[in-house]
Design a protein around this ligand. Structure first.
Ligand code: ATP
Ligand code: MG
Length: 366
C-alpha cells in the first residue's frame, strides 16, 4: 500500500518592509518543491512586528505565537521600520523576535557563509581567498555572558563605577549546542572546529572539555579547537579551512558577522534557529530594508535559501532543500541579478521576476 502523504504546517511571518515581498517568493518555492517531492505544506500566515502593532497593537500577538508553537517550522521575513522607531521599548517591533526566540527556546543559531562562484566578486576578500568558501557558524544563542548573573553597574569601595557581566555555561547547555554542531558537520563535510578562549576563561575550559567528551559519539566528524582570537584572524586569512564552526553566544555574534562579510552579499544569506524539540525559526539575516521596501527591488534569495534550511534542518526534507539550492545557483548561472548583487553583463531584475526565475529553475531541474 502507498504510504500516506506527509503533511507539514508552516507558520509564515512576513513582517515588515521587504518581508512580505521576499516571503511571497519563498512560499511559492516551497509549494513547488513540495508538490515535486510529494508532500503537502499547509501555510498559516500571521502578523508579527510592526505589521502586528498596526493590526492589533502588540508586536507578537498570542495568535501568532500559538500558531508558531504548534507549527512544524516558522519562516520569517523581516521586522521593523522607521514608523515604529520611536515606540517605547515593549512596543518596538523587534521585541517580537526576542519573545519568539525565547518562547520557542531556540538555543542554536546556524548561519552559513558561502561564497558562490557566481558572486565571488562581491566578497570583501581577494578572489583567491574567497573562492570556494563554504562554512557554517553554529552559535549558542540563549546563554553565556549575554544572560549570565550577576550583571550590572555599581559603585565599588573606591567610589568608582564598575560595570560587570558573567560568562556562565552549564554542562547541559554546552552539550546540547555541541550535539547540533556535530550533527550539522555530519550533514556537511564532516569537520567541526570548536572556538573558545580556554586559555583565559573558565566557561571556555568547561566548553572545551564537554565538546571533547562528545567527540567519541561522532567518530565520523573530525573535531579541532581554536582560540577565538586566532579564529577571527583565520577567517579572513584562509576561510576555506573551515567547514562547521561551533562557538558560544558572544564569540558567535562576532564571528558570524565577520563570516557574512566574507560573502559580501547581505541579500543572499539565510539563517536557522533551532531548539531541542519543537519548531525551528528560519529567516534571512538581513533586516526589513525600509529604504527599498515596496519597490520590488529586494533580493528574495536569502529568504529562499532560508526556506531550503527549513526543509533540511526543520523538516528533514533534504532532497527538497537541495532542489531549492540548485535552483538558486541555476538562476544565477542564467544571469539574473537583483540590484544588491548586480554587476555588468547580468540581467537586472526585481524581486518578483527573480522569484519567477527561481520557479522556472526548480521546474527545469525535475
Ligand atoms: P536590522 O533590521 O537587522 O537592524 P539593518 O537596518 O541594519 O538591519 P537592513 O535592513 O538589512 O539593515 O538593510 C541594510 C542595507 O542592505 C539597506 O541598504 C538595505 O536596502 C540592504 N538590503 C537588506 N536586505 C536586502 C535584500 N534582501 N535585498 C537587497 N538589499 C537589501
Ligand atoms: Mg533594519
Amino acid at each position: 500500500a502507498a504510504s500516506p502523504t506527509k503533511s507539514y504546517n508552516i507558520t509564515l511571518l512576513p513582517g515588515d518592509g521587504i518581508g512580505p515581498e521576499v516571503i511571497s517568493v519563498a512560499k511559492n518555492a516551497l509549494q513547488l518543491v513540495a508538490s515535486l517531492e510529494g508532500f503537502n505544506i499547509g501555510f498559516e500566515e500571521m502578523h508579527v512586528g510592526g505589521a502586528a502593532l498596526d493590526a492589533v497593537g502588540v508586536p507578537l500577538p498570542d495568535e501568532t505565537l500559538n500558531s508558531a508553537k504548534k507549527s512544524d517550522a516558522i519562516l520569517l521575513g523581516a521586522i521593523g521600520g522607521y514608523k515604529w522607531d520611536n515606540n517605547e521599548r515593549h512596543l518596538r517591533p523587534e521585541m517580537a523576535l526576542l519573545h519568539l526566540r525565547g518562547a520557542l527556546k531556540v538555543f542554536a543559531n546556524l548561519r552559513p557563509a558561502t561564497v558562490l562562484p557566481q558572486l565571488v566578486d562581491a566578497s570583501t576578500l581577494k578572489k583567491e581567498v574567497a573562492e570556494g568558501v563554504d562554512l557554517m557558524v553554529v552559535r549558542e544563542l540563549t546563554g553565556g555572558i549575554y544572560f549570565g548573573e550577576p550583571r550590572g553597574i555599581k559603585t565599588n569601595e573606591n567610589g568608582q563605577e564598575i560595570g560587570f557581566n558573567t560568562e556562565v555555561y552549564a554542562a547541559y547547555e554546552i552539550e546540547r549546542i555541541a550535539r547540533i554542531a556535530f550533527e550539522t558537520a555530519r550533514k556537511r563535510r564532516g569537520k567541526l572546529c570548536s572556538v573558545d578562549k580556554a586559555n583565559v576563561l573558565e566557561a571556555s575550559t568547561l566548553w572545551r572539555k564537554k565538546v571533547t567528551a562528545l567527540a567519541s559519539e561522532y567518530p565520523d566528524v573530525e573535531l579541532s579547537h581554536m582560540y577565538v582570537d586566532n579564529a577571527a584572524m583565520q577567517l579572513v586569512r584562509n576561510p576555506k579551512q573551515f567547514d562547521t564552526i561551533l562557538t558560544n553566544n558572544i564569540f558567535g555574534d562576532i564571528l558570524s558577522d565577520e563570516a557574512s562579510m566574507i560573502t559580501g552579499s547581505i541579500g543572499m544569506l539565510p539563517s536557522a534557529s533551532l531548539g531541542e524539540t519543537g519548531p525551528g525559526l528560519f529567516e534571512p539575516i538581513h533586516g526589513s530594508a525600509p529604504d527599498i521596501a515596496g519597490q520590488d527591488k529586494a533580493n528574495p534569495l536569502a529568504t529562499v535559501l532560508s526556506a531550503a534550511m527549513l526543509l533540511k534542518y526543520g523538516l528533514g526534507e533534504e532532497k527538497a532543500a537541495q532542489r531549492i539550492e540548485a535552483a538558486v545557483l541555476d538562476t544565477l548561472n542564467r544571469g539574473f541579478r537583483t540590484g544588491d548583487i548586480h554587476s555588468a553583463g547580468h540581467k537586472l531584475v526585481g524581486c518578483k521576476e527573480m522569484g519567477e526565475e527561481v520557479l522556472k529553475s526548480i521546474d527545469s531541474k525535475t
